[in-house]
Design a protein around this ligand. Structure first.
Ligand code: NAD
Length: 487
């Protein structure tokens, strides 16, 4: 075993970059810390501009052959990667939990199966990707999806491998090569993915993984002239910086960003269902972009809703994310914990009341919190906390509900609890949100478009929308009988 290998819960993880089919170490490293106990897991290669350039060069060199590889062969390799993920599912689950603190049972049963599904889904979608031909005075218009070139994919820490592969799979399926930069707070499973892809027969240089701190390696990736697509999931300020950096080459961007999504509870809703949906917003310690963190409840049922919610939320078990009985694990990092606590302290100082929680616990844990008496224009209602902190406001009618729901700079998602299908249709049509869930939450179909409006993002991915982004679309117009009269 190399000096660059860590053993994480019995699983060997290489701490170096993966560039052009080889492991490459940087002279400097950064510490990777487990949120479970704050202990250092190990030192990871800390890439800078040199590694970024090498990775893009490897992706550029591998591009022509991969782009020319048949769709069936590309799909076969993606399925082989999915097989590898399934074979190592337990290992991936425990390494991810150790690295980012999300529940082991979720990683086992939901997240890692979804990682494999990301590859299978885009492999299969690729094989049926076609467009109906158009006819213009006997001429045929044929639309094709051509590979675009090297893609830079930059991902956050809250669902590392799931969000990375949601980009890697369609980018590779489309015939592109990839440089993946995972978040520095959760770098490990991306390294395992490189191993799995190599074992599955993905040619050298088609997938490259570089590690490091955001801007230190990121700017060199996003400003590189050979990069033809950048797909980013993360925060708004980082997206703004990436957009500036990409502007030099007008590199097309897909941005999946933060949210401050509403969860609307109407008086006609099944209140138990509404409470369940609201409590679900604490999943992953609230570190979920889609979380409906603003509970908007019709005044006539607000008291009863709050009572039932507090009872149910107080019964959640917080603790070691590896334990089967745990409902809420730690926050990712002391800095994130500090940030969450700061938001709550400022809100309380401004007059908010904590119905439950409102404080830190031992280690990196933050108590599930519900704040009431919050003003619509206050920081706690307008800004993303990214922790287990919800606010509750009331409304008196549909008009006010829609106004409050739409009154932030975000537009990622919205959830509605109502027993009236006509109301659901009316309200949904007026909400600014990339995804609206009616009487459900977090149900995702990869065929559907995914993304956000306003500051929550630019573009949509999913199904054909992913291929639209990761490909250069070409229209070929052919004359009847091979010649044209320019008519
Ligand atoms: P972040 O913006 O701090 O970091 C995200 C990634 O960008 C990391 O890999 C980081 O190293 C990298 N980065 C930082 N600066 C960079 C730069 N100048 N150039 C290139 N890369 C750079 O976000 P985070 O704290 O890791 O993630 C939390 C955010 O992500 C929240 O706002 C959350 O809502 C959002 N998110 C959105 C979705 C979605 O699908 N819309 C999903 C998950 C998380």
């Amino acid at each position: 075993m190399s000096a660059h290998t860590l053993t994480v819960a019995g699983v060997a993880v290489d701490t170096r970059h993966w560039i052009g089919g080889e492991r490459v170490a940087s002279p400097q490293t950064f510490p990777d810390v487990s949120p479970i106990d704050g202990g250092t897991i190990g030192e990871i290669s800390r890439g800078t501009a040199g590694e970024a350039a090498a990775a893009v060069a490897a992706a550029q060199a591998a591009f022509p052959a991969w782009a020319a590889t048949s769709r069936t062969e590309r799909a076969r390799i993606l399925h082989a990667i999915a097989d590898g993920v399934e074979k190592r599912l337990e290992e991936l689950a425990i390494v991810e939990t150790t690295d980012n603190g999300a529940l082991l049972r979720s990683h086992r049963r939901g997240v890692m199966p979804r990682v494999a599904h990301n590859f299978r889904f885009f492999a299969d979608w690729l094989l049926k990707l076609e467009h109906e031909d158009f006819e213009t005075r006997g001429h045929t218009n044929h639309v094709s999806w051509d590979p675009a070139g090297p893609c830079v994919l930059i991902t956050p820490w809250n669902a590392p491998l799931m969000l990375a592969t949601w980009k890697v799979a369609p980018a590779l399926a489309a015939g592109n090569t990839v440089v993946l930069k995972p978040a520095e707070w959760s770098p490990l499973t991306a390294s395992l993915l490189a191993d799995i892809a190599a074992e599955a027969g993905l040619p050298a240089g088609v997938l490259n993984v570089v590690q490091g701190y955001g801007a230190e390696i990121g700017d060199a990736l996003t400003s590189h002239p050979d990069v033809r697509r950048i797909s980013f999931t993360g925060s708004v300020p980082t997206a703004q910086r990436i957009a500036e950096s990409a502007a030099a080459n007008l590199t097309p961007l897909s941005l999946e960003l933060g949210g401050k999504s509403p969860l609307l509870v109407f008086a006609d809703a099944d209140l138990d269902l509404a409470v369940d949906l609201a409590v679900e917003q604490y999943d992953n310690a609230g570190q979920v972009c889609l979380a409906g963190t603003r509970l908007l409840v019709e005044e006539t049922v607000a008291e009863e809703f709050t009572r039932r919610f507090a009872e149910k939320a107080s019964a959640l078990k917080q603790g070691d994310p590896r334990a089967e009985a745990t409902d809420i694990g730690p926050t990712i990092h002391p800095r994130q914990l500090e940030k969450i606590d700061g938001f709550v302290r400022r809100a309380v100082a401004a007059g908010a009341r904590a119905v439950i929680g409102g404080h830190r616990k031992d280690g990196q844990y933050y108590a599930p919190t519900l704040l009431t008496d919050v003003a619509q224009d206050s920081e706690i209602v307008q800004e993303e906390v990214f922790g287990p902190v919800l606010t509750l406001q009331t409304f008196t009618d549909e008009e006010e509900a829609v106004r409050l729901a739409n009154d932030t700079r975000f537009g990622l998602a919205a959830t509605l609890a109502t027993g009236d299908p006509e109301r659901a249709e009316r309200v949904t049509a007026r909400l600014v949100a990339g995804t609206v869930w009616v009487n459900c939450f977090f149900v995702r179909d990869l065929r559907a478009p995914f993304g956000g409006s306003r500051l929550s993002g630019v573009g949509r991915e999913g199904g054909t929308w992913s291929f639209d982004f990761y490909c250069d679309l070409r229209n070929t117009v052919t004359a009847p009988n091979g010649w044209t009269n320019h008519g």
